[in-house]
Design a protein around this ligand. Sequence first.
Ligand code: ATP
Ligand code: MG
Length: 443
Amino acid sequence: MRLSRYFLPALRETPSEAQIVSHQLMLRAGMIKQNGAGIYTWLPLGLRVLQKIEAIVREEQERAGAVELLMPTIQQAELWRESGRYEAYGKEMLRIVDRHEREMLFGPTNEELITDVFRSFVKSYKQLPLNLYHIQWKFRDEIRPRFGVMRGREFLMKDAYSFDLTPDAARQAYYRMFCAYLNTFSRMGLKAVPMRADTGPIGGDLSHEFIILADTGESAVFCDRELVDMAPPGLDLDFQSDLKPEFDRRTALYAATEEMHDPARFEREVPEERRLAARGIEVGHIFYFGTKYSAPMKAHVTGPDGKDAPVEMGSYGVGVSRLAAAIIEASHDERGIIWPAAVAPFSAAVVSLRPDDASVSTVCESVYGALLKAGVDVLYDDTPERPGAKFSTLELAGIPTLVVVGPKGVKAGVVEVRDRATGAVVEMSAEAAIQKLVGTIGG
Ligand code: ATP
Ligand code: MG
């Protein structure tokens, strides 16, 4: 992508309405634009990040055996009356009336809709286990939308729903998602800590929020420090096997959100030097709720004994759009965003210090062409801006590697390779730079 043809409306000043660093940086780097309270346009750079996050979420869902579909954003009130949630959901639900006076709503979540899909097609235990997910926009009329996309009203969520014959099988489905989440967040460069969360009226111990520690987080959390640095299960995990041991290893250590916090237990179980009371951002939430929807909505399956019973369900959410902001909260410096490689909007940029110098342009074009050909997501800054302005925009936008080409270097046969995270600058030939980049980030 040539920057001269791109749309990257970066801002010089920090917008005064943005209170937290991720919101400030997303606005300044030209990733998002607000269109209404809690409603945003994802500008090209922001959209690229969103799509990279989505791709990782999708890959890890598939690896764990979940199957993608796409449900609509607009739902019929009728379904929500069946589950009893239409009145209960309250003002967060955006209710709509169509031209035939039919009551509709913009989905804040999809338990009812997926249960309706399920009951239409699945009747026998032989079709289980099943886990269906989608990545779709939700609308919740939050009382206080704030912090940019961190707490929006319209936001992108991955929501998966598991269906099993028995509570034991449903628990295994829960463990699979639990492990998949640890891998997912780890691939984004995040340390996400699973914390015991409120299970609501169903009880039991199967609800966890995945929390990124950050001072600006909205949740107060309490955990054993050991948990923060614990390695994820890893991408070669066998999702067919019994994953309870993986689950148990982590849940043996204390970690709870404020609502679930039991100070006496915290003090009894966690040695003082390992006690961590902190703030965090909820990026995922998983839940086993049994037959809460399948019973009233009559989503029954026939078991091997020929008997009918409501299917056992769980749901598993990831805040895809919130993650873009959460990653920035976790990874930035005074100059701007530092994207982990896996979610960077562009992996690298070729920066021409003198677009009016033919010898510089020749080298830029050849490096840019070679990187594109090798499948590297590369931006080419071919604009006539001053070098200082170019660097501040690219550093603000968090591009991990810059290949800087100027007239002096071209005469000496070298380009500069700059690393955003470490600030390291290394001179090498253009060929060596191409090889280095293709070797580390080539597609
Ligand atoms: P919160 O406690 O932050 O309001 P929630 O518990 O209502 O979230 P869930 O229903 O568990 O949210 O939704 C799954 C995920 O969707 C959350 O873990 C979060 O990452 C994301 N999410 C929820 N509400 C919002 C929002 N208003 N804006 C952006 N992301 C959100
Ligand atoms: Mg939640």
